[in-house]
Ligand binder design. Structure first.
Ligand code: FE2
Length: 485
């Protein structure tokens, strides 16, 4: 694991006591490599590869209000080597905006709540008026590792976490791209969308298995909305146009993105290589979904599921006092959706009474009916939005839920499914999750048997440092996507 970049160092004091920089949301200030981590229990022999997590970790004291969505992307990798050792590395993503700030020695860019207050061009140079922090997800497609942020282009990184730079698909991607592409394990294609504050408000693209753009469609929406994820079935790309609307006129008066149920809510169904004229819309009760599990076709029906917010407010709000939280604790619950293409109808129903998010499946089943679904959940009532305390597993065939709680001091991140290379069944594998414990101010990477999470971790890696709250994770087996021990 060679790296050629010189180390960066952070400078955040949070004297303003901003909540999104406090507790386990406070950033770490350095980049380290640790060759051997302590392991408790026995790691499964088939668990060989690299776990990578992305998340916000601002390097400089923010200008004014800070939201988690603003922070500079930092990647943490935990490598499970063939000899059974486990190593750790973390690196900031060297975005153009962050490098401009490094050159300046201080923050230049305001947070998203003040995003139209563009910084002085003499400070940003060629880095542009808005920073792309690449802080949300990490995927591999077409031989490229891509760190994702939905407000801009993907940022290519190496499996060793060095930054290559923004990737625009040979100039074919001219707008933002979602942090949640859908990777088709059968065709090798990647389905993506992007939303924009300016028309066209939605674009949809198919990237071929080699990473080249093969299809691109501009889609008219009535208003610019925050859309975070999509659904892929064998023949269709499916979108939820929920009325979580960008309201730029509201900046300085309240949230920049507002829930406007009076606008209505629609499911859009598009043949995967269809044009905008092929898109069919189906009205549905207003509700917002950040993350879907999977979608599939069942005769004339399209079925999918995710965690539904009745009225989201993620708090991109510059009017909140700096020392107060701006996001509201409106949480999401598992819900099942359907579209009947023959009847022209659609509907939804809540499927559980536990709150949660960070929906994941065995990725080999994306686009097919999944039997097993995983999420991070709330079994406690003393937690804020995003601060999960449990891992939840659903068996749809048995209509069963099982839960592993991290306890009163445990704070659960997103789970990722690592398939057992010798496995056959959908749930033959492990769930990996980084859990922060506030009583000892440290983070464990727990390994659970995906078939039996209630028994708790079968192995635990004591990470050499606290991992701040983050967003999405992925698992990269060896010999796949250029990863080697
Ligand atoms: Fe996400």
């Amino acid at each position: 694991m060679a790296t050629t970049e010189s180390a960066l160092r952070g400078h955040v004091t949070n004297n303003a006591k901003q909540p999104d920089l406090s507790g386990n949301r406070r950033p770490i200030d350095d980049e380290i490599d640790v060759a051997r981590c302590e392991v408790i229990g026995e790691l499964p022999a088939g668990l060989r590869g690299r776990f990578v997590r992305n998340g916000p970790n601002p390097m400089f004291e923010p200008i004014g209000r800070y939201s988690l969505l603003d922070g500079d992307g930092m990647l943490h990798s935990v490598t499970f080597a063939d000899d059974g050792t486990v190593s750790y590395r973390n690196r900031w993503i060297r975005s153009r905006g962050l490098l401009a700030e490094v050159a300046h020695g201080a923050a230049i860019y305001p947070g998203l709540g003040d995003v139209l207050h563009f910084p002085d061009r003499s400070l940003t140079g060629s880095a542009g008026p808005v920073k792309n922090p690449a802080n949300t997800h990490i995927i591999e497609h077409g031989g490229r590792w891509l760190a994702l942020w939905e407000g801009g282009l993907p940022t290519e990184v190496t499996p060793d976490l060095d930054t290559v730079g923004e990737w625009n698909f040979d100039g074919r991607m001219r707008g933002p791209m979602t942090a949640h592409p859908r990777l088709d394990p059968r065709t090798g294609e990647m389905l993506v969308f992007g939303y924009s504050l300016f028309a066209p408000y939605l674009t949809y693209s198919v990237i071929d298995p080699n990473g080249a753009m093969a299809h691109h469609v501009a889609i008219d929406l009535p208003a610019p909305v925050m859309m975070h994820d999509m659904i892929m079935t064998e023949h269709y790309a499916v979108f939820l146009d929920s009325p979580y609307v960008f309201d730029l006129a509201n900046i300085g008066k309240g949230p920049m993105v507002r829930w406007m149920p009076e606008n209505g809510c629609r499911i859009g169904v598009l043949p995967r290589r269809g044009d905008a004229s092929d898109l069919r819309w189906f009205d549905i009760d207003p509700g917002h979904v950040q993350h879907f599990w999977s979608g599939w076709e069942n005769g004339d029906r399209i079925e999918f599921s995710g965690c539904r917010y009745p009225a989201p407010d993620f708090g991109i709000d510059n009017t909140t006092p700096l020392d107060e939280r701006s996001a509201k604790d409106i949480t999401a619950r598992p819900a099942r959706y359907w579209v009947d293409l023959a009847a022209g109808t659609a509907g939804w129903e809540e499927t559980d009474d536990i709150d949660g998010d960070f929906n994941r499946i065995n990725p080999a089943y994306d686009g097919l009916r999944t039997r097993y679904q995983y999420m991070s959940g709330f079994t406690r009532t003393d937690r804020h939005l995003g601060d999960f305390d449990a891992i939840v597993r659903y068996d749809l065939d048995k209509d069963e839920r099982s839960v592993w709680s991290a306890g009163a001091n445990g704070h659960v991140g997103e789970s990722v499914f690592a398939a057992d290379p010798n496995g056959q069944a959908e749930d033959d594998g492990w769930l990996l999750n980084t859990v922060y414990f506030d009583d000892r101010d440290s983070t464990d990477l727990v390994v659970l048997d995906a078939r039996d999470i209630e028994s708790g971790p079968i192995a635990t890696v004591r990470l050499p440092r606290r991992l701040p709250f983050g967003f999405h994770v992925n698992w990269f087996p060896f010999d796949d996507a250029g990863v080697s021990a």
